[in-house]
Write a protein that binds this ligand. Structure first.
Ligand code: PEP
Length: 252
């Protein structure tokens, strides 16, 4: 039985003060619920304040970063290491979000190094994959998604599967208000699960949690969750208000 995960990607929104108000507002509405694991992913500069708020109020909320570098220390201007994140009680990290691939040139190889480094440090990577509209219209969804999953999981071992989450996020559905149909999401996510099986074995495919991301809101989450293969959601816009994010957690 795979427990659903609802993870909020705040992207480049919220000051530290606003982040604390947001996480506390979310906790007011979701404390006591047990059907889903809840994770918030604030910008780096918000993490100390949000982390402290989670700790002092004993919130059962995971804390995710939106990116990290794979090295420990050194001359990597602008980067943040896994051990720095661990010091702030970070539990999860989004790796290879399409905005990072698109605007910051992240490659599949870089994603793989980050995934491995996160696992080695005991941080759960939420590895994002997904095709663009152009690729989908050209009939390339299967090839793109399979290749991103295979490259991202390269040289991982089966025992590491419970320490990784994959998010299928079709780029054309992110921030557009137009979610994928449940049929399209289920088709892509079952392909992701099959590919995990090919790379890491059938047990791994059974265990790994795979999320859908792209214009998820309280009104559509239950359709996604009711499918066989969707184990939760990575949520952007709707994670910025306690009511909408909590609505997604409650309907999951
Ligand atoms: C995202 O950025 O990961 C995302 C899914 O955004 P939105 O929910 O706004 O489409």
């Amino acid at each position: 039985m795979r427990k659903p995960v609802i993870a909020g990607n705040w992207k480049m929104n919220m000051t530290p003060e606003e982040g604390v108000v947001l996480v506390e507002g979310i906790w007011d509405l979701v404390s006591g619920q047990e059907q889903a694991e809840v994770v918030v992913c604030p910008p780096f500069v918000d993490i100390p304040a949000v982390s402290e708020s989670i700790r002092t109020k004993s919130m059962e909320i995971g804390l995710g970063a939106q990116n990290m570098y794979w090295e420990e220390t050194g001359a990597f201007t602008g980067e943040v290491s896994p051990s720095m994140l661990l010091k702030l009680n970070v539990t999860h990290v989004i790796i290879g979000h399409s905005e990072r691939r698109q605007f910051f040139g992240e490659s599949d190889q870089g994603v793989n190094r980050k995934v491995k480094s996160a696992i080695d440090h005991g941080i759960v990577p939420i590895m994002c994959v997904g095709e663009s509209l152009k690729q989908r219209e050209a009939g390339e969804m299967q090839d793109v998604v399979t290749s991103q999953v295979k490259c991202g999981l390269f040289e991982l071992e089966e025992r590491e599967t419970d320490s990784i989450i994959i998010a299928y996020e079709p780029i054309w559905a992110i921030g557009t208000g137009v979610a994928a149909t449940v049929t399209d999401a289920e088709e892509a996510i079952s392909l992701v699960r099959k590919t995990v099986g090919d790379v890491l074995g059938t047990d791994a495919a059974e265990i790994i949690r795979i999320l859908y991301g792209g214009s998820v809101k309280p009104e559509n989450i239950s359709e996604f969750i009711s499918t066989d293969n969707v184990d939760g959601a990575l949520v952007g816009g709707a994670s910025l208000k306690p009511e909408s994010f909590a609505g997604i957690v409650r309907f999951s």
